[in-house]
Design a protein around this ligand. Structure first.
Ligand code: HAM
Length: 419
């Protein structure tokens, strides 16, 4: 009798490949926790409407790639093609937004898209997905990108390309849409059938087309970057400045539109050339209206998803590890101190020390409360005077004691066992 084989595009992951996956997972848990993320596990199957509304009716994913079926109860269900919409569905369904001002979640697991299978492209593939829900501050964008690049570096990957762009907001997009519409008007005959349709339904999608003739028409097209409103331009500039503090190399790619419709402002991709056409290892970006579009309050979000198979293909060795509550909470008072604290906080995290802070400019009292709630071992109180004098008050939350320390000693003190 013949054996029954796996479905086309669905791949088994066998040992020793699974060791690599465990190594990646271990590193993800370790790095993401240092940046304050918690794991969420969500179902593989959702109501079809979630993705139609979340990802966008005129995206390739929704138009052509979803595994959608009517179940025995006559309900239209879909195997999730991505995790973001599901994470937000769970976030709203369980009212997580009422618990914390910032919710940082990550999840790992299979996604399903009925694409043409080839090397690096499967119909069941896996993602490591992270989402930060709450703040729309550019520091959050930078923090997420820093964490991503740090994670990839910890895995020992060779240099990867980070590309970033801003997709603007509801203010800057309509004039751009008009400009691209009039640019392509009269050039329709060169466009593929899909793009001719997109021209009417969703002109931004034309930039996502892989057909050669479409790409060449677009080489001279207007760019969204030239239409950004002041607020979006400032947001994007601040993200770049914050990344600059870490000397993180990136390339501006004004043509990157991403394949999902929910993005606003900062978007990014990490690519590796040798993977050929399937070269995107990571994709992500900000989505300031998705929570509202899925029926929730006006809460911003930003996240990314790493393609597990594409990542594993680049990893050679193995390892693992994990950790828990913050070692340090930095309570920054005032704008200059927040800037300084942002750098200090992320530098320590990159050394594997779990540090927290809050970018919202809250009072010292409420920051202390937050540190207490997070069960941080230490709190560093940082104001402009402290920065000028290179000294600050370090409170040991376990011993309820405090001392003035020189900022240069901070790292040595907090990595000692608790007194
Ligand atoms: P995406 O760009 O559609 O974004 O997918 C992210 C990554 O998943 C891609 O860069 C790629 O590595 C991997 N991937 C996608 N399709 C396949 C496939 N057919 N086979 C193998 N790997 C694949 C998203 O999914 C967004 N939800 C990311 C995000 C999270 N944005 C905000 N939060």
């Amino acid at each position: 009798m013949e054996i029954i084989t796996a479905v086309r595009g669905f791949k088994d992951i066998l040992p020793p490949e699974t060791d690599k996956w465990r190594y990646i997972e271990g590193m993800a848990h370790q790095v993401f926790r240092a940046f304050g993320f918690k794991e969420i596990r969500i179902p593989l199957l959702e109501k079809t409407a979630l993705f139609r509304r979340g990802i966008g009716e005129t995206t390739d994913i929704v138009e052509k790639e979803m595994y959608t079926f009517v179940d025995r109860g006559d309900e239209s269900l879909t195997l999730r093609p991505e995790a973001t919409a599901s994470v937000i569905r769970a976030y709203l369904e369980h009212a997580l937004h009422k618990e914390e001002p910032v919710t940082k979640l990550y999840t790992l697991g299979p996604m399903f898209r009925r694409e043409r299978p080839q090397k690096g492209r499967y119909r069941q593939f896996h993602q490591i997905d992270t989402e930060i829900l709450g703040p729309d501050d550019p520091h959050t964008d930078a923090e997420l990108i820093l964490m991503l690049m740090h994670f990839l570096e910890k895995l020992g990957l060779p240099k990867l390309n980070l590309e970033i762009n801003s997709l603007g907001c509801d203010q800057c997009r309509p004039p751009f849409r008009e400009a691209i519409h009039s640019f392509l008007h009269g050039r329709e005959e060169v466009l593929c059938g899909d793009c001719r349709r997109r021209l009417v339904s969703n002109p931004l999608r034309v930039f996502d087309c892989k057909v050669e003739s479409c790409a060449s028409v677009l080489s001279e097209a207007p760019l969204l970057r030239d239409f950004l409103c002041t607020a979006c331009r400032e947001h994007f500039a601040k993200v770049q400045t914050a990344l600059g503090h870490f000397a993180l190399p990136f390339r501006l790619n004004p043509k990157m539109v991403r394949g999902l419709d929910y993005y606003t402002r900062t978007t990014f991709e990490v690519t590796r050339e040798f993977l050929g056409s399937q070269n995107a290892i990571v994709g992500g970006g900000r989505y300031d209206h998705l929570v509202r579009d899925l029926g929730g309050p006006d809460i911003s979000g930003i996240g990314f998803a790493i393609g597990y198979e594409r990542l594993a293909a680049m990893i050679l060795e193995q390892g693992t590890e994990a950790d828990s509550t913050p070692v340090l909470f930095i309570a920054a008072m005032g704008e200059a101190a927040t800037e300084e604290a942002f750098q200090l906080c992320n530098r320590l995290r990159m050394k594997g020390i779990r540090v927290e802070m809050d970018y919202q400019g809250r009072s010292l009292k409420s920051q202390m409360k937050r540190a207490d709630k997070l069960r941080s071992r230490y709190v560093l109180i940082l104001g402009e005077r402290e920065i000028a004098e290179n000294k600050a008050l370090l409170r040991n939350m376990h011993a309820s004691s405090q001392e003035e320390i020189c900022l240069d000693q901070l790292e040595d003190i907090i990595i000692q066992p608790v007194r």
